[in-house]
Design a protein around this ligand. Structure first.
Ligand SMILES: [Fe+2]
Length: 361
């Protein structure tokens, strides 16, 4: 067994400002990588600027990261900021910003590196140090080395082969305060998928179980918020962020499995949010799990049985409609991916994969 989680993590109110010294210890000139809007509206960007100023750290800003960032975006950012003397990269936002930050940090460390570098396992994985400040509650990117990027040349999303773990992550539930309910639901379903897929995984050892079981219990505490039964409190926001980080620690060890693999085509072609695209395949996946494991996992996350999970996903997604030819396409891609077909802890063949894909229809 192996357990690797090299991230210094602070999870507390106002931690970005409170740990200005930790940020200043990582580097002297930062490239801040973020999207166009949310980090500027939820207060995270302002907190970061005040922390950098108090630590005497200078910075540049790249705020053009799109949802499901493409390799084109990270390559153009790296080209733009090469030669600026940046010595750390700070990803602030959801998974898109943090994943882009990791790829840009890798590219900046190897001037002139192109698209091939991101996908060549023989190249050095060394990157500029990365700091993450998550402002959504699903990706877990703040505790993983994974960077999932959109490949327009292949019409899907593919993780770069190199693992770039952040050296420091600062987690504060307050950044969820003004987040739309739909974003919280989408990202929490992503976290749930990470927990299920890490547990029902070939690589689910005792260390994966340690984090994933804890994550399921914490995730269940906020279920009534996700279904709209009650208002979201500050405590809920902390639990939402924390269960997402714990889920991230689980997939950092095990990787994801069938629902995530199926989701990428759906997100690329139809623009369905990542969490919901993975969530769509979750009930079919869990329905196939051995009875005892299935019951334990469902109950820990607050569901009596697969039907209850299915209704939760159906309600949360607002009844997403995925055309049959699109499901067929996702099915074919995963069917031909030998590693993914073997990633679950139970046998998946062509027939059972079909059952997973069409379970919600
Ligand atoms: Fe995910």
């Amino acid at each position: 067994m192996k357990y690797y989680m090299p991230v210094r993590l602070y999870d507390e109110k106002d931690c970005v400002v409170r740990h200005a010294d930790d940020i200043a210890n990582v580097g002297r000139k930062a490239l801040i990588v973020t999207g166009r809007r949310s980090a500027f509206l939820n207060g995270a960007f302002d907190d970061l600027i005040s922390a950098l100023s108090s630590g005497g750290v200078s910075y540049l800003v790249f705020s053009e990261v799109e949802e499901n960032p493409s390799t084109d975006t990270v390559l153009s950012a790296a080209a733009r900021f090469a030669g600026e003397g940046v010595d750390m990269v700070i990803g602030i936002g959801g998974g898109s910003a943090m994943d882009a930050a990791k790829a840009i940090a890798l590219l900046l460390r190897h001037p002139g590196a192109g698209l091939d570098y991101l996908y060549d396992p023989d190249k050095s994985p060394e990157a500029l140090p990365v700091i993450c400040v998550p402002t959504t509650c699903g990706t877990g990117s703040e505790v993983t080395g994974v960077s999932v990027l959109t490949r327009h040349d292949k019409k899907t999303k593919i993780s770069m082969v190199h693992k770039v773990f952040p050296v420091l992550s600062l987690i504060d539930g307050k950044y969820l305060k003004n987040a739309p309910h739909s974003l919280i639901v989408n990202s929490s379903v992503d976290a749930l998928a990470h927990l299920y897929e890490s547990l029902l995984n070939q690589k689910a050892d005792d260390y994966v179980k340690m984090t994933a079981f804890a994550g399921l219990g914490m995730w269940s505490l906020t279920r009534d918020v996700l279904t709209g039964k009650r208002e979201c409190t500050d405590e809920d926001r902390s639990y939402l962020m924390r269960s997402s980080a714990i889920a991230g620690m689980s997939i950092a060890q095990s990787g994801t499995s069938i629902p995530h693999a199926l989701s990428y085509t759906i997100t690329y072609d139809l623009g369905i949010a990542h969490g919901m695209a993975a969530g769509f395949f979750l009930p079919g996946f869990i329905a196939l799990a051995p009875g005892k494991e299935r019951k334990e996992i469902l109950n820990l996350s607050g569901f009596a049985d697969t039907d209850e999970l299915t209704s939760f996903i159906a309600n949360a997604s607002g009844g997403i409609n995925i055309p049959d030819d699109e499901l067929e396409k996702a099915y074919e891609k995963v069917r031909n991916n030998e590693a993914k077909m073997k990633s679950a802890s139970f046998d998946i063949d062509e027939k059972t994969l079909r059952d997973i894909v069409w379970y919600m229809i």
